[in-house]
Design a protein. Structure first.
Length: 264
């Protein structure tokens, strides 16, 4: 099978998941498109945003099948990057539409590190809601697009103690944060930032209060969870030592098979 990627990035992401499933390849969406598919509120005027790239988590043991899948779907591998980083991450470019696909294998690592290899069977299209939330709240230099995505997710879903299609698993989030002071620090800091930014989105009193209530529940759950010895020891060090990583900026979409023009 060989084809060209769809121009509509949301439709293309869904088609990739469908084709992967037909080949028994496990791929789950994360990033903005995952939030768009899970959260009707993401279509509200004040929460709407554009989507450029497509992000997935897959299984490292299926790396070979993933490479074949994207080649068949009309994508160009970023060959040098994939050769150097293919154990953990693959990148493919859609040259005609000037976008890229990022595939994290087992582990998602940006400002903080998560092993999602045992979380990919919870949902058939995206990561579970709790994990989607964490991928945004782990961003230390959080931006307005993360504010919008998190706000839409909190507005549309309940806070609870299990994973399902309409519930954010607070027990799971609290457990991860109670084992890692750095993650706890970034998550709680970003919840405060989002709460402060809420009035600026002009979402109306009902939505604003709903999201504020969810943030309050999340923060209470994080505080209540018993902390590990490692957490307590790291908390003593506090902010005097940096607790997060700053990932390198993304490169633009390029065809790595073509020679690049020399820098001026």
């Amino acid at each position: 099978m060989s084809r060209s990627p769809e121009k509509d990035v949301v439709l293309e992401a869904q088609k990739i998941v469908q084709e992967a499933d037909s080949r028994k390849v496990t791929l789950r969406l994360l990033g903005g498109i995952a939030f768009r598919l899970r959260n009707p509120s993401s279509l509200q005027a004040n929460l709407k945003r554009s989507y450029v790239d497509i992000d997935f988590v897959g299984l490292r043991k299926q790396s070979k099948q993933i490479k074949s899948l994207f080649t068949d779907l009309g994508y160009t591998p970023r060959e040098i990057f994939n050769a150097m980083n293919g154990h953990d991450r693959l990148i493919f470019n859609d040259i005609p539409n000037e976008r890229r696909v990022d595939i994290f294998l087992n582990v998602f690592e940006m400002c903080h590190k998560f092993d999602f290899s045992n979380r990919l069977e919870v949902d058939k299209i995206t990561l579970p809601l709790a994990d989607l939330l964490l991928t945004k709240l782990q961003v230390y230099e959080i931006t307005e697009r993360e504010y919008r995505d998190v706000t839409a997710l909190l507005n549309d879903h309940k806070i609870g103690d299990k994973d399902d299609s309409d519930m954010i698993n607070l027990s799971y989030i609290a457990r991860l944060c109670s084992e890692d002071w750095g993650l706890y620090k970034t998550v709680t800091l970003n919840l405060e930032r989002i709460e402060s930014a809420l009035p600026g989105f002009s979402l109306g009193e009902e939505v604003t209060k709903n999201v504020q209530s969810k943030i309050k529940d999340l923060r209470a759950g994080l505080e209540k969870a018993p902390k590990s010895f490692r957490w307590k020891m790291r908390a003593r060090v506090g902010e005097s030592v940096r607790w997060y990583e700053l990932p390198e900026a993304d490169r633009e979409v390029v065809d790595s098979r073509r020679p690049q023009a020399p820098a001026n």
